[in-house]
Design a protein around this ligand. Structure first.
Ligand code: ADP
Ligand code: ADP
Length: 226
């Protein structure tokens, strides 16, 4: 029910930069999809446009059967994890994870229950009363993921969520991410400039260049040597 359909999409910044330029893309329901390409090719802008944090200048965007091109971010049922995790520093791990439920005025008991369950699936149960400043980078990344998952969104958008981790933690985080995505079966779009990451995680990869898709296929197809 949560296929993403992008048709003729452009996102032009007020300074005239055409960061996404007439792009067409379909991400299947439940797919783990990577956007790959060099810095500045438009990956983050495409992700932010899907989230509604940037407004499309041309084209249409649907999530499931619903045209969300002009729908505000909070009503797209999309969860995004930012590069810097964007956790609330004054809140505990539980409060951070439960935040989207609190905003939606879910009962306190539901908030606690969902936070505890989501934390457990990401091995955070021992850290529930800590604040972000008392966590390692890998733990903060898992809290950010848990908060996104707790939203129970149709679509999960990840902007280089592993880039702030050292090599060892990145491998561990990949495992968590892959397992979580499999368990949830949630349509996931993942931005990376790292080929190895795309290869390890993605069902399909789109290679972007100058606001467009240059190449699209399974990891095997995209990385096939002639
Ligand atoms: P990537 O995520 O692939 O590094 P971005 O989407 O961040 O690419 O950027 C694509 C292009 O848009 C770049 O030329 C970048 O400088 C420009 N850009 C990104 N954000 C803004 C902004 N807020 N205002 C103006 N130009 C921007
Ligand atoms: P990334 O390459 O990881 O997408 P950047 O470091 O390029 O991120 O951009 C960080 C922030 O700066 C983003 O919020 C982006 O929108 C903004 N930004 C990037 N390029 C420009 C630009 N040319 N003008 C204004 N803001 C920009």
């Amino acid at each position: 029910m949560a296929q993403i359909t992008v048709t003729g999409l452009s996102t032009v910044y007020p300074n005239g930069v055409r960061a996404v330029d007439g792009l067409d893309l379909t991400v299947a329901d439940g797919e783990f999809f990577a956007l790959l390409g060099p810095s500045g090719c438009g990956k983050t802008t495409l992700l932010r446009t899907i989230a509604g944090l940037e407004q499309a200048t041309e084209g249409t965007l649907s999530i499931g059967d619903r045209d969300v091109t002009s729908v505000e971010p909070g009503k797209r049922n999309v969860a995004m994890v930012f590069q810097d995790y964007a956790l609330f520093p004054h809140m505990t791990v539980t409060e951070n994870i439960a935040y989207p439920l609190r905003v939606r005025r879910q009962p306190k008991a539901t908030q606690q229950e969902v936070a505890a369950r989501t934390a457990a699936s990401l091995s955070l149960s021992a850290l529930l009363e800590r604040r972000p400043g008392q966590l390692s980078g890998g733990q903060q990344q898992r809290v950010a993921l848990a908060r996104a998952v707790a939203m129970d969104a149709d679509v999960l958008l990840l902007d280089e969520p592993l880039s702030n981790l050292d090599a060892r933690l990145r491998l561990e985080a990949r495992t968590f991410l892959k397992r979580l995505q499999r368990e949830l079966g949630v349509t996931t779009v993942f931005v990376t400039h790292d080929q190895a990451e795309a290869l390890a995680l993605a069902d399909r990869i789109a290679v972007m260049e100058a606001g467009r898709i240059r190449q699209l296929g399974s990891p095997r197809e995209v990385f096939a040597r002639p």
